[in-house]
Design a protein. Structure first.
Length: 331
């Protein structure tokens, strides 16, 4: 019998895919529970958790259930929790004063979680006014109804101080105001909170995928945020924002949303020597859950595939509503 050589490929990448053990050994990207941060909502004036209809499995927590969620995240190996406060509707006003009230829901929640988990879980807080304003924008408005950048910075400085006083480990300014990182850093340093870090929302795009989040925080927004959040068409703009945030003292930087902006995430990760986060936002979560509920995709595989893709693009940390569940699976 004659044998013909050279007909078949000499290089066979499939050899490294032959078994789960082989694939695990040669995997280039590895997810770990410590990569994950859990965003969580706490609502004032409720006695039982309120389901968020557009985000199946996610709720607006009571103070008690938030404490429990924090403990569960810690036990699963999650590194951090990002807190969003939802005040009673009657407490919203044009200046978002509930956001700087030491006894406001977000500051109370920070103290609750700090009392429960101490320094074992990194407690982060959303530093923005949109949850607390009756107009739903991320800052105070001027006479023409536009967000007043510099007046908003003054409010952010106050927010930083009260959140730090409550015991937060890291603040997350998400309003996309020019100069916000520098003002917040100065406010923290001048009030004895030098150890509180700033996770800058460096590239936050005016995305269609925030829809479910509006329900989650009971947003009062009319219109859009296109005058201060980034245009989805732009890349260079995100790198300019990155340079500014780093110059102003950002300790960590973030890209938000995650999946539609993996190219931006990769560019940011390549350019910096600080930790990089990505936020897998409400619309990303809702799409997977809705498709899985209809039997169109394998839910568990889709969750891990999206998280792996975000990590592969360069994220050191991923904010995801699946954080505790995914961490348990990874362990």
């Amino acid at each position: 019998m004659s044998t013909t050589y050279g007909t078949f490929p000499g290089s066979r990448p499939r050899r490294l895919r032959t078994s789960p053990a082989m694939r695990r050994m040669v995997a280039e990207t590895r997810l770990h529970p410590a990569d994950l941060i859990l965003p969580a909502f706490v609502r004032e004036g409720i006695s039982t958790p309120v389901p968020i209809t557009s985000m199946p499995g996610v709720v607006q927590h009571t103070r008690d259930t938030l404490r429990k969620a924090a403990v569960e995240a810690l036990e699963a190996g999650v590194s951090g929790i990002m807190l969003f406060g939802v005040p009673e509707e009657s407490k919203k006003d044009a200046a978002g004063t509930a956001g700087t009230d030491p006894d406001g829901i977000l500051q109370v929640a920070i103290r609750d979680v700090k009392a429960e988990v101490g320094d074992d879980l990194v407690i982060m807080s959303d530093l923005c006014l949109d949850e607390f304003t009756d107009h739903g924008h991320c800052g105070v408005l001027d006479a023409s109804g536009r967000v007043d950048n510099d007046a908003t910075l003054e409010r952010y400085a106050e927010m930083a101080q009260v959140q730090a006083d409550a015991g937060v480990h890291a603040v997350g300014p998400s309003g996309m105001m020019d100069g916000q990182v520098g003002v917040i850093r100065d406010a923290l340093d001048q009030t004895g909170h030098e150890d509180v870090s700033v996770l800058a929302y460096t590239a936050k795009y005016a995305s269609a995928f925030y829809g479910p989040f509006r329900e989650a925080v009971g947003s009062s927004l009319q219109g859009d945020r296109k005058t201060y959040q980034q245009d989805p068409a732009n890349t260079r703009e995100s790198m300019r924002e990155l340079a500014l945030d780093l110059a102003e003292g950002a300790d960590m930087v973030m890209v938000k949303p995650a999946l539609p902006y993996l190219d931006i995430l990769a560019k940011v990760a390549e350019a910096v020597d600080v930790p990089v986060a990505a936020y897998q936002i409400s619309g990303e979560y809702a799409m997977v859950e809705a498709a899985a509920a209809n039997g169109w995709i394998d839910r568990d595989r889709a969750i891990m595939e999206t998280l792996t893709g975000i990590k592969r693009a360069g994220a050191d940390m991923i904010l995801t509503y699946w954080a505790t569940e995914a961490a348990r699976s990874l362990r």
